[in-house]
Design a protein around this ligand. Sequence first.
Ligand SMILES: Cc1cc2nc3c(=O)[nH]c(=O)nc-3n(C[C@H](O)[C@H](O)[C@H](O)COP(=O)(O)OP(=O)(O)OC[C@H]3O[C@@H](n4cnc5c(N)ncnc54)[C@H](O)[C@@H]3O)c2cc1C
Length: 371
Amino acid sequence: MKRVLLAGGGHAHVHVLQAAAREPFAGAALTLVTPFARQMYSGMLPGFVAGHYRVEQCAIPLPGLAAAAHVELIEGRITALDAAQRQATLADGRVLPYDLLSLDTGPVMDRDIIPGARENALFLRPVEHFVQLYERVLEQAARRALDVAVVGGGAGGFELALALAWRLQRLGTGSRVSLVAGAAGPLSTFVPAVRRHAMAALRRARVTVLPFACVEIGSGFVRLDNGARLACDVPLLAIGTQAPPWLAGSGLALDDRGFVATGPTLQSRSHPEVFAAGDVASRTDAPHPKSGVHAVRAGPPLALNLRRAVGGGELMPHMPQHRTLYLLATGGRHAIASWGKLAAAGGWVWHWKDRIDRGFVQRYTLTSGGS
Ligand SMILES: Cc1cc2nc3c(=O)[nH]c(=O)nc-3n(C[C@H](O)[C@H](O)[C@H](O)COP(=O)(O)OP(=O)(O)OC[C@H]3O[C@@H](n4cnc5c(N)ncnc54)[C@H](O)[C@@H]3O)c2cc1C
C-alpha cells in the first residue's frame, strides 16, 4: 500500500479529493494534512469583504470531501520536510512518512517585510486569520470613521481596496480607504485598457491612490517612501508572497525565490516522488518561470498523475496557459475583464465572475455529501 501525503487543502488538492471520491486510488492510502477544516476560495474573498457573500459561501469544507474520498484528514501544519527521508514534520512534532508527497500549501507572507508590519498590520494570509480579524475591523468601523490603507497595487490589493470602500461606505460612519500602490501605480502589469477601467473604478469609489511604496508601519500611521506619514487605523498588507520557509531545508530543488522547481508532469525536479501545484510550485521549464502553477487548472492533471504514479501508466504533461482571463471585482456588483490586450467592464462581468466563482465552490462542496 503506497502512502500518499497531500500537504495543504489548496485549490488543486480539492480536485484530487474529488477525483479520489469518484474513483478510489487503488493500492494507496491517502492522508490530507491541513491547518484548517475548510479551504477559502480566494476568488470570492473580495466579494466577502464587500459583503456580497457570507464566509461559508466562499469556503469548501474539507472533512466531508476527505471522508467521501476515504482520505484520512489530519489537522496540522507542516513545519519541516525531509525529502531524503521522505517525511514531513508537523508543528506539534508529529512525523508523517510518505511514499508519494503532493504539495499544495500556497505561499506565505513575510511578517517582517516592512518594519513595524508584524506588530501593526493586518495580513491577507493566512486567509482564515484575515477573515476573523476583518470582522473586528467591521465592528470598529460601525462605531467610528476609520482610515484604512491597503498596501499593494496588484490585483489582490486593487480588489480589496474597492471591496473595503464599498463595505465601509455603507456603514455610514465616514471611513476612508487609500491604496498604497508603489511608483508604478495600480495593476501596473495589466494593459492600458484595463488600467483605465481600474482608475475610473477607484475614482468612483473615492479610493485615494498613492503612487508610493510603504516603508514603515507604526501604531496609527504608515510612512511612505516620499517621507509622508499617513494617518492609518488599519494597514492591510496585500503585497507579494514568499515561499514557505520550511522548503529551504527540505533538500528539494527550488527556484531562485525558494519555490518548488517542477517540470511538466508537476513532479519535483530533484525528487520525482514529490509533486507540487499552485503558488508553492514553480515551472522552471516554462517560458515564464516563477509564475507558479495555477492551482485550479493544475487540479485535474495533478489528480491524474498522482493516480498513475500509484497505479502505473505514463504521466501527462501539464501545459500552463499563455494567456489568463482575469475578472477583477470593483467593489459593487461590477467587475473588469482582462484577456490579452482586451478589456471590458460592467455589471455583466461581475455576474459572469459570480457564476464561475459560486460554481467552483459548489462543485467541490456538493461532493462532500457523497461521491
Ligand atoms: C484578494 C485576492 C483575490 C484573488 N483572486 C484570484 C482569482 O480570482 N483567480 C485566481 O486565479 N487567483 C486569485 N488570487 C490568487 C490566489 O489566491 C492564489 O493564486 C491561490 O490561492 C493559490 O492557490 P493554492 O492552492 O496554491 O494556495 P492556497 O489557496 O493558499 O491554499 C493552500 C492551502 O494549504 C494550507 N496550508 C498552508 N500552509 C500549510 C502547511 N504548512 N501545512 C499544511 N497546509 C498548509 C492552507 O491553509 C490552504 O488551505 C487572489 C488572491 C487574492 C489575495
